[in-house]
Design a binder for this molecule. Structure first.
Ligand SMILES: [Ca+2]
Length: 187
């Protein structure tokens, strides 16, 4: 998909380049020169549009490579180990924007009624929610309008993101089995 786009842009670039050369080398009437300049400008505009499209596609590819869904349901511990084995970590959004992106990504990759494990837990000290490195969370997105999460106390020390609840978080038993998303640093 990307390769075809790149080839098309290269062709347009060559066209624009030769149109420029013809414009500057041609000694014919000024009207013909103007026409050629117009054609050349149109080619450049087209080129700009193609480049913008490529940037959009590239960003989408980056997102797809940075997040990888595992639809197989497993315990929090198993999901975390599997991410680490692949060189990543269980996903843990650091902002509302990242949370929306993750929720969107899960909806598109495995469906609208899914829940995924987050790399977020309070196993060590009840109520102190930390990421997989043990650092305090900078961002939380608990569901608090209907059920006042986290509400599971000592029995629920792992967090899930619920796509059907618009990306809100719930605490769950770590022994439950859920799908998961690994996060990779690729930039
Ligand atoms: Ca807890």
């Amino acid at each position: 998909m990307m390769n075809n786009r790149v080839v098309r842009v290269l062709c347009l670039l060559l066209l624009a380049h030769s149109a420029f050369q013809q414009t500057s080398e041609n000694t014919s009437s000024s009207r013909e020169k103007n026409e050629k300049r117009d054609a050349s400008n149109a080619a450049i505009e087209e080129l700009k549009k193609q480049i913008e499209d490529i940037v959009l596609e590239l960003n989408l590819l980056k997102e797809q490579q940075a997040l990888q869904t595992d639809p197989v349901k497993k315990t929090h511990h198993a999901a975390s180990d599997d991410c680490i084995a692949k060189g990543g970590t269980l996903s843990a959004p650091l902002s509302g924007e990242e949370n929306d992106q993750l929720s969107d990504y899960v909806r598109r990759s495995i469906g609208p009624n899914q829940h995924v494990w987050l790399g977020v837990n309070d196993m060590v000290t009840e109520g102190d929610w930390v990421d997989q490195s043990g650092s305090a969370l900078r961002f939380k997105n608990w569901e608090t309008e209907i059920t006042l999460q986290p509400d599971g106390g000592r029995g629920q020390d792992c967090a899930i993101l619920s796509v059907s609840a618009n990306g809100k978080w719930f605490d769950e038993s770590c022994r439950g089995e859920r799908a998961s998303v690994c996060e990779f640093n690729i930039v």
